[in-house]
Design a protein around this ligand. Structure first.
Ligand SMILES: NC(=O)c1ccc[n+]([C@@H]2O[C@H](COP(=O)([O-])OP(=O)(O)OC[C@H]3O[C@@H](n4cnc5c(N)ncnc54)[C@H](O)[C@@H]3O)[C@@H](O)[C@H]2O)c1
Length: 237
C-alpha cells in the first residue's frame, strides 16, 4: 500500500456509493484523488470529508466535450494518475418501448463513451509515466441480461469488450486494463431504488470492496490485465 503514497488517482462517480468508497480508500493509502461526478453538492461534501488530498470536479460524463475538459482539468491538478477508475453509471429500469433516444444515449454514454474519453485522456501521460491501471466498474450486467435494463446491460457488455482491447493495446506500455464486478450486493443509492427487499437483507458497505481497488492501483494489475475481476473475491484472497 505504501507504494501508492504520493501517487494520484482519478475516480468517477465519486460523490456517493462505491465510487466514494474507492476514493476514500485511495486517500487513506496516501494518494491524491480527482473525484468526478455530476452531483455538485454531494461531490463537494464528499471531497471535503476526505480532506485536501481529494479534489472534486463536477462534470456530466454523458457530455463528451465536458468529459474531455474535466479529464484535462483533473490531470492538471492531480498529475498523471497511477490508476483511473471509471465507476460512474446510471441505471434506469424501463422496457424497450419506453426508452427514448435521449435516455439511451445518456445511459450508454456515461458507461461507455466516458470510458473511452477518460482512457484517451490518461493514455499518453500513463505511457510517459511508465504505466498505470485502467479499472472499469462492471456488473453482472456485463455478461448477463436483466429485464428492463437494456441500455445499462448493453453499455456494461460493451465496456467488457473495450477493456479487452485496452489490455491488448496497453500491454507494451505497462498499462493494465481490467473490469471489476462488485461480487456482493452493495448498500449504495443505486441499490436503494434498484434492489428487491430480499437483496437488501444481504447488502454490504461498499467500503468492504475497496481492498481490490487498492491492489489494482499497483503493479499487481499488470498480471491481471484483460480479466474481469470480482472485488469481493479479490479482497478475500
Ligand atoms: N449497486 C449495485 O448493486 C451495483 C451492482 C453491480 C455493479 N454496480 C456498478 O457499480 C458502480 C457504482 O454503483 P453505485 O451503486 O455506487 O451507484 P450510485 O448510483 O450510488 O453512484 C453512482 C455515481 O455515479 C454518478 N453519476 C451518474 N451519472 C453521472 C454522470 N452523467 N456524470 C457524472 N457522474 C455520474 C452519480 O452521481 C453517483 O454519484 C456503477 O458502475 C454500477 O453500475 C452497482
Amino acid at each position: 500500500m505504501s507504494a501508492l503514497r504520493g501517487q494520484s488517482a482519478i475516480v468517477t462517480g465519486a460523490a456517493q456509493g462505491l465510487g466514494y468508497a474507492i476514493a476514500r480508500a485511495y486517500v487513506e493509502a496516501g494518494m491524491r484523488v480527482a473525484m468526478l461526478d455530476v452531483k455538485a453538492d454531494a461531490l463537494q461534501q464528499a471531497a471535503r470529508a476526505l480532506g485536501d488530498a481529494a479534489v472534486p470536479f463536477v462534470v456530466d460524463l454523458a457530455d463528451g466535450a465536458a468529459t474531455q475538459r474535466a479529464a484535462q482539468a483533473a490531470l492538471a491538478v492531480v498529475g498523471t494518475p497511477r490508476v483511473m477508475v471509471h465507476n460512474a453509471a446510471i441505471l434506469i429500469n424501463r422496457p424497450l418501448m419506453q426508452i427514448t433516444l435521449a435516455d439511451w444515449t445518456r445511459e450508454v454514454n456515461v458507461i461507455l463513451q466516458a470510458a473511452f474519453l477518460l482512457t484517451q485522456a490518461v493514455w499518453e501521460p500513463m505511457i510517459a509515466a511508465g504505466g498505470g491501471s485502467l479499472v472499469y466498474v462492471s456488473s453482472r450486467s456485463g455478461i448477463e441480461g436483466f429485464l428492463d435494463e437494456s441500455p445499462y446491460v448493453a453499455g456494461k457488455h460493451a465496456l467488457e469488450g473495450f477493456m479487452k482491447c485496452m489490455a491488448l493495446e496497453g500491454a507494451p506500455h505497462r498499462i493494465a486494463a481490467v473490469t471489476v464486478t462488485p461480487g456482493k450486493p452493495m448498500h449504495t443509492p443505486m441499490s436503494e431504488y434498484n434492489y428487491p427487499a430480499e437483496l437488501k437483507k444481504q447488502w454490504i458497505d461498499p467500503y468492504l470492496l475497496t481492498p481490490a481497488f487498492v491492489r489494482l492501483a499497483g503493479e499487481e494489475a499488470l498480471a491481471l490485465s484483460g480479466q474481469r475481476l470480482n472485488a469481493w473475491e479479490m479482497g478475500r484472497a
